[in-house]
Design a binder for this molecule. Structure first.
Ligand SMILES: Cc1cc2nc3c(=O)[nH]c(=O)nc-3n(C[C@H](O)[C@H](O)[C@H](O)COP(=O)(O)OP(=O)(O)OC[C@H]3O[C@@H](n4cnc5c(N)ncnc54)[C@H](O)[C@@H]3O)c2cc1C
Length: 290
């Protein structure tokens, strides 16, 4: 199918983009177009105005800035995957990016587009939660910032009002001696995850000081599992602790059954993948130099 007719505006600045979005309540941004164009073609969306942000200079970057890394919303998936700054500070994100779709899609898709789209099986929302991201958002009324943990509301639903654009994603650096792990099951490599788990684990004097566990593919949004994270702090990752975490993860989630996997299978996967991600994070944390 072909999309319904729309007015097409190429914005050359964030100011122009938000002014153009403000023209019509149903205006949509187009970034990489990898999720939006199929929805237009199937006429699941019929915006009267499409605002193209691809020509806005300086909206695609990865910058180190003191204790944080700043990522422009138009940064393509492939750039994140190959960024030495990301590899140094967030190797878990480098690993996750290799699981996002296929190279052709990663060449076009953007971090802002993936977060704004809010697919419940996508890797970037999970990474935004794991890494305690803050999203910077602009509109004609001004700018605001929101923590990732408040941004994802439901499947394909995020805290973005009409007329708003995500401009930047800010990731605080992780503490020293932090290990990471990532584990995913998909039907074929590059497909959306049936389930995926990611963990970071920080240690001091061989005891765990902070743990983060995030999942995708097993609920209406990506999520953090606070009940499981709490169980590990102050401990070492013994087998009994790992088993308790797996049980806590399985108890905390309500996966849905769909064409690809049953709820029970996803719950099983969430436990197995969490224990793999945690074991890798524990190993890497202990191997790291104090
Ligand atoms: C075959 C296929 C397989 C895929 N597999 C995966 C996968 O395994 N994992 C995965 O994570 N993703 C996957 N994707 C999705 C891909 O990562 C998309 O690129 C991404 O979800 C959307 O990014 P985009 O830049 O293309 O956004 P677009 O398609 O341009 O936009 C998506 C939505 O976000 C809005 N938007 C875009 N940018 C902004 C912004 N800066 N501010 C506010 N709103 C904005 C748009 O208006 C639209 O509503 C797949 C896509 C395809 C086609």
């Amino acid at each position: 199918m072909k999309p319904a007719a729309f007015e097409y505006i190429v914005a050359d600045s964030v100011e122009m983009a938000v002014a153009s979005l403000a023209q019509a309540g149903d205006a949509k941004i187009i970034a990489g177009g990898q999720s939006l164009v199929p929805m237009l073609n199937f006429r699941l969306l019929r915006p009267s105005v499409l605002v193209d942000i691809n020509r806005i200079p300086d909206l695609a970057y990865v910058r180190e800035d003191g204790g944080v890394i700043r990522i422009g919303a138009l940064t393509r998936h492939h750039r994140l995957e190959t960024s030495p700054v990301i590899a140094r500070h967030f190797p878990v994100l480098t690993e996750a990016m290799a699981h996002v779709a296929h190279l052709a899609i990663r060449n076009r898709g953007t971090i802002g587009g993936s977060l704004a789209h809010g697919d419940p099986a996508a890797e970037l929302p999970m990474m935004a939660l794991l890494l305690d991201a803050e999203l910077h958002i602009a509109s004609v009324s001004g700018a605001r910032a929101i923590a990732a943990r408040e941004f994802f509301l439901d499947a394909l639903t995020v805290d973005l009002a009409a007329g708003e654009i995500v401009t930047e994603i800010v990731l605080p650096k992780l503490p020293p001696r932090t290990g990471w792990g990532f584990a995913e099951v998909a039907r074929r490599h590059g497909d959306f995850a049936l389930a995926a788990a990611a963990a970071t684990l920080s240690i001091a004097a061989d005891s765990i000081t902070e743990v983060r566990i995030a999942l995708t593919g097993i609920g209406r949004t990506a999520l953090r599992v606070a009940a499981a994270e709490k169980l590990i702090v102050g401990q070492t990752l013994r087998a009994d602790v790992s088993n308790q975490v797996v049980e806590a993860v399985r108890a905390a989630i309500e996966p849905e059954t769909d064409l690809h996997a049953s709820s029970d299978y996803r719950r099983h996967l969430a436990g197995v993948l969490t224990s793999r991600a945690l074991a890798a994070a524990w190993r890497r944390a202990r191997e790291s130099v104090a």
